[in-house]
Design a protein around this ligand. Structure first.
Ligand SMILES: NC(=O)c1ccc[n+]([C@@H]2O[C@H](COP(=O)([O-])OP(=O)(O)OC[C@H]3O[C@@H](n4cnc5c(N)ncnc54)[C@H](OP(=O)(O)O)[C@@H]3O)[C@@H](O)[C@H]2O)c1
Length: 269
């Protein structure tokens, strides 16, 4: 699929999975709108994409945990008449610790970024997609949204479960209207994610087969949204884990996750 002339907006484009989406959509001819907080990184990536693929780029530095950010992004693009044909809601981070270890201000900011900004960005840009009979929306969820909640990172799984269900709802609502919606559910993926939340040492003890490079994750997601798959799990290991979570009795799956996270916490201490 070529996207020449289309505009793809990617949040969290300064690193990891988001930067990979920017490169992959630009390689397919799309103009790219890059959103994240680190403007210097976005500038470097914009220059790289323009040079390598001859596409146009637009940078919007924003902190999506600020409630005003999605509206600011929408207003800025509307004012200059830049459409968004492809939306990849991807910005995110993990917050280790038990629920009471982090205060409400941290949880509120987490939910604002990981849930509200995804819903609001979709609300802003979906009407234009419907008017133009073309849209692709990818919500970057996680395998964590498909398995029972675990101890620690307490709101992470629930925020990703929201995105899975949200992507399904948008897919159903927009069926036959030219807009495709997919929740991407990666497992462990090489990026800066585990450096940012200081869990690199811990997760590097996990077997290598549990990890994927960002590129196949993203390539699979781009194909999945074209093929109208509302939920996409990349990689054989992740598919197996998602299948187990779907198939096992809920109480057995809950016990497995509980034991696994207890083992993990023991290693951490
Ligand atoms: N890596 C994994 O193992 C894994 C697995 C499943 C799902 N995911 C999901 O994949 C998505 C991308 O993560 P990643 O692995 O690519 O991590 P990453 O390499 O750390 O990239 C995270 C991106 O999000 C941006 N971001 C973080 N907080 C932000 C904020 N308040 N406002 C705007 N942008 C913000 C960061 O940019 P700035 O710091 O410049 O703002 C960065 O571009 C996340 O939603 C994550 O939950 C990751």
């Amino acid at each position: 699929m070529k996207y020449n002339g289309k505009w793809a907006l990617i949040t969290g484009a300064s690193a990891g999975i988001g930067a990979t989406f920017a490169r992959s959509y630009a390689a397919r001819g799309a103009n790219i709108i890059l959103v994240a907080r680190r403007e210097d990184r976005l500038k470097d990536l914009a220059g790289e994409l323009e040079k390598a693929h001859g596409v146009k780029t637009r940078i919007l530095a924003a902190d999506l945990s600020e409630p005003s950010a999605p509206q600011m992004i929408f207003d800025a693009l509307s004012a200059e008449g830049t459409p968004v044909d492809i939306l990849v809601n991807n910005a995110g981070f993990g917050m280790p610790g038990a629920y009471t270890e982090n205060d409400w201000a941290q949880h509120r900011a987490f939910l604002e970024l990981m849930v509200t900004s995804y819903a609001q960005m979709t609300r802003h840009f979906l009407p234009g997609m419907l008017e133009r009979d073309f849209g692709r929306i990818i919500q970057v969820a996680s395998l964590a949204g498909l398995v029972p909640g675990s101890a620690g990172h307490t709101l992470y799984g629930p925020s990703k479960a929201f995105l899975v269900s949200f992507a399904q709802s948008i897919a159903a609502e927009c069926d036959g209207m030219g807009v495709h919606s997919t929740a991407l559910c990666p497992g462990f993926t090489y990026s800066e994610f585990h450096d940012v939340n200081n869990t690199r040492g811990l997760v590097s003890q996990l077997p290598k087969y549990m990890f994927m490079e960002a590129e196949p994750v993203v390539e699979g997601a781009i194909e999945a949204v074209e093929n109208k798959r509302a939920v996409y799990v990349p990689g054989a290991w992740n598919k197996f884990a998602a299948w187990l979570a779907r198939t096992l009795p809920r109480s057995v799956a809950e016990r497995m996750v509980k034991n696994q996270s207890a083992r993990f916490r023991k290693k951490q201490s």
